[in-house]
Write a protein that binds this ligand. Structure first.
Ligand code: ADP
Ligand code: MG
Length: 365
């Protein structure tokens, strides 16, 4: 009977397109949280508080003290002049104008997709106050648009009391994606991933106080004051066993266009699994190439099966980095990757050798 007849090609309903895109960017609560933390840092916050219920599936709330969102002059014509009505539309951003700007991007965000995505797969509430505004404004979003807080009420943003900064509340994540929702078996597993994300940014973002709390718990799981040093931040989050055995390193190369600095454990410390807190141009990312090279470097210094802890802050000239290769921005590509990794590992190796020889010297004398 021959091959099946082709079906006609049709454009997808925009709502379907938006939900598919949202599912690629926000795979788990931790991805929503990462975007929200990055927005708060982009806004110049010095305090970021995270509140979590049911591993982030029931509630994910982040409160910052940054510059807030400009709602313009909320008068009668606000629906066509101001930022709140379009805040959660796809591809609305205050950070990027031309595609070329991507090569010099200094902020985490650039696609204007995070809030839009979240609004398609959760109930989203935004409360924000800029320094110039006499009150805060609260708006509720669904499927990219302003929606009423309760059916029958007006959808327009409402004036309310509030501190300077922004509070984003994400409720019932994946409520309309039942297959995704069912895939999460344990709230504590998702909470552990959330703590990992908060912990990474808490170590990296000098000058920013972080806290993370589970709803209903009296204590906080993460708490770093804004004035804490990087080593103190590592001590708070990863413990003294790590923080007491760190060596500092720094290396740069103009031709390769990079600067790297960080803290790495010495030969006195080893655990079963490698921990790498990797930041490339201030984004928390992952790199299997870097992990492999680091483990190779340490294999000469640690007992078999022993692994290090490493915090690596890598800054690469923005025009050598492609940040737009991964929907969750988890990985980035950059030029001369092998050479840069080799220089970083050589530097760590020389620090390890110094510590190692001083130790041998001490035990001999
Ligand atoms: P992007 O970060 O890529 O611009 P988002 O969807 O994450 O896209 O955010 C859209 C816009 O909302 C941002 O460009 C910014 O202007 C504003 N915004 C979001 N979160 C905050 C915040 N915490 N403080 C101030 N402005 C914010
Ligand atoms: Mg963003």
């Amino acid at each position: 009977s021959g091959p099946p007849k082709p079906k006609r090609i049709k454009a997808l309903d925009p709502d379907v397109v938006n939900k598919i895109a949202a599912g690629e960017i926000i795979v788990a609560p931790m991805h929503a949280l990462k975007e929200l933390i990055e927005n708060a840092v982009d806004a110049g916050s010095t305090s970021i508080e995270v509140l979590v219920k049911d591993g982030g599936l029931k509630l994910l709330q982040i409160t910052d003290n940054g510059h807030g969102i400009d709602v313009g002059w909320p008068g009668h014509d606000m629906l066509d002049r101001d930022d709140l009505p379009i805040l959660c539309e796809r591809f609305t951003t205050s950070k990027l104008k031309e595609f070329e700007d991507l090569s010099s991007i200094g902020t985490y965000g650039f696609r204007g997709e995070a809030l839009a995505s979240i609004s398609h797969i959760a109930h989203l509430t935004v409360t924000t106050k800029t320094a110039g505004s006499s009150c805060a404004w609260r708006a509720h979003y669904g499927d990219g648009k302003l929606v009423p807080a309760k059916p029958g009420q007006p959808a327009a943003p409402k004036a309310t009391a509030g501190r300077g900064g922004t509070q984003i509340t994400v409720e019932d994540l994946f409520y309309n994606v039942p297959t995704r929702r069912r895939a999460f078996r344990s709230a504590s597993e998702e909470y552990a991933k959330i703590l990992d994300v908060v912990g990474r940014y808490a170590v990296h973002c000098a000058g920013v106080a972080f806290s993370c709390r589970k709803h209903g718990d009296s204590g906080v799981s993460v708490s770093t004051p804004s004035a804490a040093s990087t080593i103190d931040r590592i001590r708070q989050i990863h413990g003294s066993a790590v923080a007491n055995e760190l060596v500092e390193f720094k290396v740069s190369d103009d031709k390769l266009g990079f600067r790297a600095s960080g803290l790495a454990t010495n030969a006195n410390y080893h655990v079963k699994k490698t921990t790498i807190l990797l930041f490339i141009n201030h984004r928390a990312v992952e790199s299997t190439a870097i992990k492999r090279a680091v483990e190779q470097t340490y294999s000469a210094y640690l007992p078999k099966g022993g692994h290090p802890f490493l915090y690596l802050d890598l800054e690469i000239e923005p025009n050598r980095v492609d940040v737009n290769v991964h929907p969750t921005k988890r990985e980035v590509n950059f030029l001369n990757e092998d050479e840069i990794i080799e220089m970083v590992c050589d530097e760590i190796r020389s620090k390890l050798a110094q510590v190692d020889s001083s130790r041998t010297f001490l035990t001999q004398s």
